[in-house]
Ligand binder design. Structure first.
Ligand SMILES: *Cc1c(COP(=O)(O)O)cnc(C)c1O
Length: 377
């Protein structure tokens, strides 16, 4: 069986985790966390990067930093993970979902402005598959209309839009280092700040000024603001550092596998059986996933079963949030759902991970081709 995902592992993680253990500093914000922060700031250009306990918690922190009031509205796509919307609902806001573009599965930037009301405070974009949203348009709308921009760049580490790292374009960017992402620490994430904001480290440290205390800037630490415990252990940071050090190599290997898939599946796409991902000009993606689109839900269901029977793991995801139980309760959809539901039912993710072999990629692609040869002559 070719698994759908294998968590990344480069080889130096063990030694770094041991080093953290023997340093007798295993709670958060030790030497490895600082190294990860420095790496993230250097590679994204963000003014500040803070490791978090998950991508979800990075989003929660971003929502708290937006200073939302009950009933404030946040425009976002419906085709995303629950955490994107949950963060803002926890902060008292209402998610207003708009449709996606079928070519990238990202928010349709032309639908943002029509969804703005006097209560709109934030636009939260999701860079699906590590392919950037149309950020020039998003940032222009936000500037003109006085909105904050949060980037759910959970899938976007090492990807960029017109030369700027995803996550470092809007006010706040959120990375995930879950085991299913390109770089991992088991469970973890990071918040990127385009501009320094002293509230961020307070929110991350249970609402206290402990970070300033540890730097010797105050002589005791106290409760100052809202917050929770969003800083990860050094053990997780040590594992992550072993991967960030290898980021160029991991990225290149993933892009190689992605390109191999694209070439192998191009003939099927040319004949109109499937659709392949589109990478707009100006977007440098990170091969977070390789997906194809079948004709419809029935065909996708049959294809998943065929791939499984032939030893290839494949998955779909994201029941659109606006049609899920919590989405119906907490949010609303603005405009027409032309693509969100239809395209989400067609999309299928093929095996993609650091270390996948060329022959496994070619076998997975060939199995897709065989399905269409046998079933749809
Ligand atoms: C993975 C992911 C998250 C959540 O990240 P965790 O680290 O698992 O909490 C949020 N949004 C998107 C788009 C994701 O892919």
């Amino acid at each position: 069986m070719i698994p759908f995902n294998v968590p990344p592992y480069c080889g130096r993680e063990d030694a770094y985790v041991l080093e953290a253990i023997h340093s007798h500093k295993i709670s958060g914000d030790g030497a490895f966390t600082k190294k990860c922060h420095a790496w993230l700031e250097e590679h994204t250009g963000a003014a500040r990067a803070l490791l978090t306990t998950s991508g979800t918690h990075a989003l929660d922190m971003a929502a708290l930093l937006c200073r939302l009031e009950p009933g404030d509205e946040v425009i976002m796509p419906s085709y995303t993970f629950s955490s994107t919307a949950n963060a803002f609902v926890l902060a008292g806001a209402v998610p207003v979902f708009v449709d996606i573009r079928p070519d990238t599965m990202n928010i349709d930037e032309t639908l943002i402005e029509p969804a703005i009301t006097p209560r709109t405070r934030v636009v939260c974009v999701v860079h699906y598959a590590g392919v950037g949203c149309e950020m020039d348009t998003v940032m222009d709308i936000a500037r003109r209309r006085g909105l904050k921009v949060v980037e759910d760049a959970a899938q976007g580490v090492m990807a960029s839009y017109k030369g700027t790292a995803l996550g470092a374009i809007g006010d706040y960017g959120c990375f995930s280092f879950h085991e299913s992402k390109n770089y991992s620490m088991g469970e973890g994430g990071a918040l990127l700040l385009r501009q320094e904001d002293p509230r961020a480290e307070v929110i991350r440290e249970k609402g206290t000024n402990r970070a300033r205390f540890l730097r010797g800037q105050v002589d005791k630490y106290t409760w100052e603001d809202l917050g929770s415990s969003y800083l990860p252990s050094e053990l997780n940071a040590a594992y992550l550092y072993g991967q960030l050090e290898m980021a160029e190599e991991i990225n290149a290997a993933r892009l190689h596998a992605w390109e191999l898939y694209r070439q192998a599946l191009a003939p099927l796409a040319d004949r109109g059986y499937i659709d392949l991902p589109h990478i707009p000009d100006g977007c440098a993606h990170n091969a977070h996933m390789f997906y194809i689109k079948a004709r419809d839900l029935n065909e996708r269901t049959a294809l998943i079963a065929y791939l499984k029977a032939n030893g290839v793991g494949s998955v779909f995801h994201y029941v659109p949030l606006h049609s899920a139980a919590a989405g119906l309760r907490f949010g609303r959809f603005h405009g027409e759902d032309r693509y969100t539901t239809r395209e989400s039912e067609r999309l299928l993710r093929l095996p993609m991970y650091y270390g996948i072999t060329d022959s496994d990629v070619l076998y997975a692609a060939e199995t897709v081709a065989a399905f269409y040869r046998e079933g749809r002559k």
